[in-house]
Write a protein of this length. Structure first.
Length: 366
């Protein structure tokens, strides 16, 4: 206690002789602040709150830069990485497609973009998909594997049969010096761009285009029939302004599909499952190859192509077979290997009940 009183007395004496020396905030004499202490505290408070004007200007500038960085960065990223555009339409609205979409094409090739894309991106994507159709008609080498697995199990004098079919198919196409001309063009209310083009080859350097496609179908037949599919398309092109590379993948079953599109290695979040089209076109012999269009026209279009390749009877098949039996079960695996150069041409198309019906003509090329 004595040391505290001595320190307090010394600090008071120093404060009276030297104004620059800090003083105690409290006067222990009746709790009253002295005049010297009050003047010192007022000057000290001023030194604390007085800042140069340029400090506030720099602070406001930093805040403005931070605001722009936070709120404008997503916009810059969107302009470089995403190509999606919002289209508004009422739920249940059906789009009416032009008549030339359903006509036989001959030497004209149709291409359809994904929905909800920016117009210039959608147009280039549709043209590249039309070039893919040109490549299919010119001739591609296709490899197909069919696996058929059947099992019969006896239980309580009853035979129960299980079956599973796996189909794998791949094809590739590459061409240089291509020239195209747009014949027809249409944009649906969903943002899909439909085009038909004519294609020619030239000696000078034109468009370089390559494409690869992979298909897979798995069908299970047990108590009920189940089907799963997977489709992957990969395009690369030189000579286009916006799109250098694009992929399209679709996998799922009859009730649910997961679709992903990438453009220039950037994944695009495109809404699916809500597209409807008015009945039109030729309805007849292709009712067996009809696919739902709620996931876009292109999704149903490519699925009809996959179904046609699966159902086609190839002339040359390499067959391998294996079977085994044990206790009350018998199993058999049969594999068919196919490697052919084929030409695939689109025939008539039609829409009924939001189901796309399409006829494809496959021809073996020697």
């Amino acid at each position: 206690m004595k040391r505290w009183k001595i320190w307090l007395k010394n600090s008071k004496n120093k404060s009276e002789t030297n104004p620059e020396t800090p003083v105690s905030l409290w006067s222990f004499r009746k709790g009253v602040i002295s005049v010297e202490e009050e003047s010192f505290l007022s000057e000290r408070g001023k030194r604390r709150v007085e800042f140069p004007d340029y400090f506030f200007l720099e602070s406001k500038g930093l805040l403005l830069i931070l605001f722009c960085f936070i709120f404008l960065l997503p916009v810059w990223g969107q302009s470089e990485g995403t190509y999606v555009k919002t289209y508004e339409w009422r739920s249940g609205c059906r789009d009416t497609l032009p008549f030339w979409v359903f006509e036989p094409k001959g030497e004209r090739f149709i291409g359809v973009s994904d929905p909800c894309l920016q117009p210039e991106i959608a147009k280039e994507q549709a043209i590249q998909r039309a070039l893919f159709m040109y490549g299919l008609q010119q001739g591609v080498e296709i490899k197909v594997i069919f696996d058929y697995l059947t099992a019969v199990k006896r239980r309580f004098s009853f035979d129960r049969e299980y079956s599973k079919m796996l189909v794998l198919a791949t094809c590739t196409f590459h061409s240089d010096s291509l020239y195209y001309e747009i014949v027809d063009e249409y944009t649906s209310r969903f943002g899909e761009v439909f085009v038909t083009i004519t294609v020619s080859k030239g000696e000078k350097r034109g468009i370089r285009f390559s494409a690869s496609a992979e298909f897979m179908i798995v069908e299970n037949k047990e108590l009920k029939e189940e089907r799963e599919m997977k489709l992957f398309l990969d395009f690369a092109a030189e000579g286009f302004e916006k799109i250098k590379a694009t992929t399209y993948s679709c996998k799922g079953n009859r009730n649910y599909r997961q679709i992903l599109t990438t453009i220039n290695d950037s994944s695009q979040l495109i809404p699916y499952g809500r597209y409807w089209y008015k009945d039109d076109g030729y309805i007849g012999e292709y009712t067996g190859n009809a696919c739902k269009m709620t996931d876009s026209f292109w999704g149903a279009f490519t699925e009809t192509l996959l179904n046609e390749i699966t159902l086609y009877t190839f002339p040359t098949v390499y067959l391998k077979k294996m079977s085994e039996s044990f206790q009350d079960m018998q199993r058999e695996l049969k594999r068919e290997l196919i490697k052919e150069k084929v030409s695939i041409r689109l025939g008539n198309m039609g829409i009924q009940g939001n189901l796309l019906q399409a006829g494809w003509h496959i021809k073996i090329k020697n």
